[in-house]
Design a protein around this ligand. Structure first.
Ligand code: PSU
Ligand code: MN
Length: 308
C-alpha cells in the first residue's frame, strides 16, 4: 500500500495484489446526496451490482477520522445513519482526521484516496462542476479530474450546474469526456443536454483501450465516462428546467453557497419533483456501478496480459 494513512479491508488488499477488478464508490452520495433510508439501500445495492458483474466494490469514507477503503455492512449503516458527517473534499481530509469525524468523500476526495491505493476505476452519480449561482463556485471535482488518472463513470452532471462552462473547464484541463454509446453529454436526469462529448465509445473494452492510450502516452488526467440514465427512468430536460430554476432562485435568495449549495439544490429538486428525481437518481447510480464493473474487468484483463 502506498499511503500509510489509509486502511483497506483484506478483501480489497487482496484484489489489488492479484489485479482482480475493483470499483471505488464515493460516500457523499450516502451522507449528503440522498435522503434516509434510501441512502443505505443504495449503498448496499451499488455494492451488490458491482459484485454481480464480477468486480469487488470499495466504498471510500472516513470513520472517526480514519480514511477507509472498503466498509463492512455495519460501517455502512453507521455512515448512513450518522447525523454529523463532514462532506470531505480535498481541503477537508485534515479537518476530519484531527477532529476524528465521520465523513462522506466527494468525487474529488474519493478519487484522491482511490488513486493513493492504486485503484483505477470509480463509479458515481454526477460530478460537481461550475455553478450558476456565484461566479467562483467551481467544484474541486474538476481539479481532481484534471490531476488524478482514474476512469470516472458518471451520468454526466446535473443541469443545476452551468454545463457549457463545466465542459469548457474540462477541455481546458485536458480531460477527455467520453460518451458511452452516445455523442451527447448526458445531464444526469436527462439523456440529452444539447452538448457534445469529446469521444464516443461503445463498449467497456474500447474504454479500457482508450484509457491505456491516454495514460501510456503520458497524460495524467482522469477519463470522464458519461453513461446516460436508462431511458425508462429519464426525465426530460424540459420537465426538469422549471424545478431547477426554482431551486436555483431559492438558493440565491437564501444566500446558500460553498459546500452547502450542491446538497441544497439536490434536496430541493427531490422535493419539487416529489420523488421522481430520487427514483431516477437511484437508477442511474446502479447503471453506472454496472458499467464501471465491466470496465474494471477489461482493465484487469489488460493488466494480466501485460504480466504474461
Ligand atoms: N452531484 C449529484 N449528487 C451528488 C453530488 C453531486 O448529483 O451527491 C456530490 C458528489 O459527491 C460530488 C459533490 O463530488 O456533490 C460535489 O460537491 P461540490 O459541488 O460542493 O464540489
Ligand atoms: Mn462548490
Amino acid at each position: 500500500m502506498k499511503n500509510a494513512n489509509i486502511t483497506l479491508t483484506s478483501e480489497i488488499t487482496h484484489a489489488l495484489n492479484l489485479n482482480t477488478p475493483l470499483v471505488a464508490l464515493e460516500s457523499t452520495v450516502i451522507t449528503h446526496g440522498l435522503p434516509r433510508p434510501q441512502n443505505l439501500q443504495l449503498a448496499r445495492d451499488m455494492e451488490k451490482q458491482i459484485r454481480d458483474a464480477g468486480a469487488t466494490p470499495a466504498t471510500i469514507a472516513l470513520l472517526e477520522g480514519n480514511i477507509r477503503v472498503g466498509l463492512s455492512d455495519a460501517e455502512l449503516v453507521q455512515l448512513a445513519d450518522s447525523t454529523s458527517t463532514l462532506k470531505v473534499s480535498h481541503r477537508d481530509f485534515a479537518t476530519a482526521i484531527v477532529k476524528k469525524m465521520d465523513g462522506g468523500t466527494t468525487v474529488a476526495g474519493t478519487m484522491f484516496a482511490a488513486h493513493q491505493v492504486g485503484m483505477q476505476v470509480f463509479a458515481t452519480g454526477g460530478i460537481g462542476g461550475v455553478h450558476k449561482e456565484s461566479a467562483f463556485d467551481i467544484s474541486t471535482d474538476l481539479r481532481a479530474l484534471a490531476e488524478i488518472p482514474m476512469i470516472v463513470v458518471c451520468a454526466g452532471a446535473k443541469a443545476i450546474l452551468d454545463l457549457p462552462a463545466t465542459l469548457e473547464y474540462l477541455e481546458t484541463m485536458g480531460v477527455p469526456v467520453v460518451g458511452y454509446q452516445t455523442d451527447e453529454f448526458p445531464a444526469f436526469y436527462s439523456r440529452e443536454s444539447g452538448l457534445k462529448v469529446s469521444a464516443r465509445l461503445d463498449s467497456p473494452k474500447e474504454i479500457a483501450d482508450f484509457a491505456h492510450a491516454h495514460w501510456n502516452f503520458g497524460m495524467r488526467s482522469a477519463i470522464l465516462v458519461t453513461n446516460p440514465i436508462p431511458a425508462a427512468d429519464a426525465i426530460s430536460a424540459a420537465e426538469m428546467q422549471p424545478m431547477i430554476d426554482i431551486a436555483s432562485a431559492e438558493a440565491i435568495a437564501k444566500g446558500i453557497h460553498g459546500q452547502a449549495l450542491t446538497p441544497f439544490l439536490l434536496g430541493r429538486i427531490s422535493e419539487l419533483t416529489q420523488g421522481k428525481s430520487l427514483k431516477a437518481n437511484l437508477s442511474l447510480l446502479l447503471n453506472n456501478a454496472h458499467l464501471a464493473a465491466l470496465i474494471a474487468g477489461e482493465m484487469s484483463k489488460k493488466q494480466h496480459m501485460k504480466m504474461i
